[in-house]
Design a protein around this ligand. Sequence first.
Ligand code: GLN
Ligand code: ZN
Length: 745
Amino acid sequence: MTSNFSSTVAGLPRIGAKRELKFALEGYWDGSIEGRALAQTARQLVNTASDSVSGLDSVPFAGRSYYDAMLDTAAVLGVLPARFDEIADHENDGLPLWIDRYFAAARGTEKLPAQAMTKWFDTNYHYLVPELSADTRFVLNASSLLQDLHCQQVRGINARPVLVGPLTFLSLARTVDGSDPLDHLPTLFAVYERLLKSIDAEWVQLDEPALVADVAPEVLAQVRAGYGTLAARGGVFVNTYFGSGDQAVHTLAGIGLGAIGVDLVTHGVTELAAWKGEELLVAGIVDGRNIWRTDLCAALASLKRLAARGPIAVSTSCSLLHVPYSLDAENIDPEVREWLAFGSEKITEVKLLADALAGDIDAAAFDAASIAIASRRTSPRTKPTTQELPGRSRGSFDTRVALQEKALELPALPTTTIGSFPQTPSIRAARAQLRKGSITLEQYEAAMREEIDLVITKQEELGLDVLVHGEPERNDMVQYFSELLDGFLSTANGWVQSYGSRCVRPPVLFGNVSRPAPMTVKWFQYAQSLTQKHVKGMLTGPVTILAWSFVRDDQPLATTADQVALALRDEISDLIDAGAQIIQVDEPAIRELLPLRDVDKHAYLQWSVDAFRLATAGAPDDVQIHTHMCYSEFNEVISSVIALDADVTTIEAARSDMNVLSALKSSGFELGVGPGVWDIHSPRVPSAQEVSGLLDAALRSVSPRQLWVNPDCGLKTRGWPEVEAALKVLVSAAHQARAHLAASI
Ligand code: GLN
Ligand code: ZN
């Protein structure tokens, strides 16, 4: 018999509070540290993670993770893609024997492409997409995990191994032969049955966030049957997150599972009517994904209502992977600090709630939480704003086209780039020096102007038609704008793993957003002063700014997005006053925030499109508005892209064989469009034939009047040699296509 636990968290971050894993991984990859040292760091991080929750009575345990949890599960299931089989076992130095194949799958090798990587549900974390086929065989390989588990048990830790569950694993997999990954579901349940039996731990957690999305009824029936078999082991805890747990509970209740976990934050405390108290309900009441302090009194009241119906444990709504480690490492505005809870503060909240539920209330802590909640609610910085909003519409597209043609005098098939040029070591060095105080702001800005000189000169030499200033002053675009807008704060150490060794430090959008001063105008002005050609004003859109920040949860996202939009609208107006005739507002994240369930999509697309339009509709009809998006799965959002009403949209296309074109064609897209003809994600320089071929393909789907010629995305991660070579190819292909067009008229 397993005994119920009363407090836990859904999962813990793996990168280390000081990004220890990042530095160890990068050291190992560049050969500056040995495998033994990497293994040692990873082991220590598992210990530290366990110790950080030692006050709770069940400890999630993921083993040593060297890159990503989906990839870890793929390794345990023995389904790293077969092309890596040629890589031999690793020598026995403390790293798993499969580690070289694992890193090859994560990062690729010179000869072998990596597995695809994409965003984990609607978060900014990226996972490695399992590659399967109809004849994939699962070959269990859990020895490394079991060894690590044993180490924790020897340390006296009640460790609860966490794996990705069968449904989620297959739902997120792709096949190389067009078969349906879910065909493997019954087999995979049988594999998990053996796996769970081999794990000597009281509890095992299987994560099934896929159960909060839309799942076909016949698949749900298979899931219920599969978990019914697994349940016989005892101590099986199926956890769900990122949405309401109702469907999961409906599917999984009453089949003998030990525990079912639900997210009570994303859609609030839902009814969970199917839960009859037969299983432990692991109540994710502390937000695992955002950084706001929990209203302990309100949470306790909800928990008590649930506890009246059956056994419950207090937990976080999802893994703490998505939030920074601790506020201790921060020196931030004291008023706002009181409103926040990072990872370690959330662990304390879980403990306080579990104790209170057991009758042991820490009155001082509950009072402090109430005071902080009230201070946040009543602060002038969060006070609802009630200003009348200006319009969200511009003149008709035809009117705009006519006016812009006259104002801009661009050739057919104009060439341009997406905004950034290489972020060279010297740019990064200048930024680091400014931070350290070893150069003055004036010196830093002079260095940036020199970069702009270079970027403009190169673009002139290459013969591009519409120029950019190159964004040298931005390392991360959302961070850049958040530092210049009121209502945001940045953290010093609030690192969150994005993928592998890569971390980001999302800004905190805590209050009303406004723009104290112009943000980009001086850079634009400087760049424009250097050339007769048009330089694009370059901004980041409201949805992307929200998507890559921790956002306030005390008002609808739509309201916050509109506030950001108004600030951008003022910036656009200032750019126009400074002479900008073309302004680009990037929205790479519109698709990324798309809700998991179909029923929620419409409302989301409505407000996200509205915010973009609010930002851009102040531009007079002769000013050309561009937008840029970084993905090619266009079909789902094409009507929203049309509704954005940007004069020109540049999108990713080269990597996906231009399959965006069919969506453009079938939707009757009439606005300007630049499907990227150079895949900048690879260092390879495309050949002239390739680019011409892509342009010909584009011209079969859209009219010559609509078409722009540009790369897929910004160039900041590329080096100058390949940028120059590729842009040369791109410009000459455009010139050639232009000549053909002229000849055919
Ligand atoms: N203008 C940005 C750049 O070129 C766009 C980046 C993005 O789409 N992610 O870097
Ligand atoms: Zn992009």
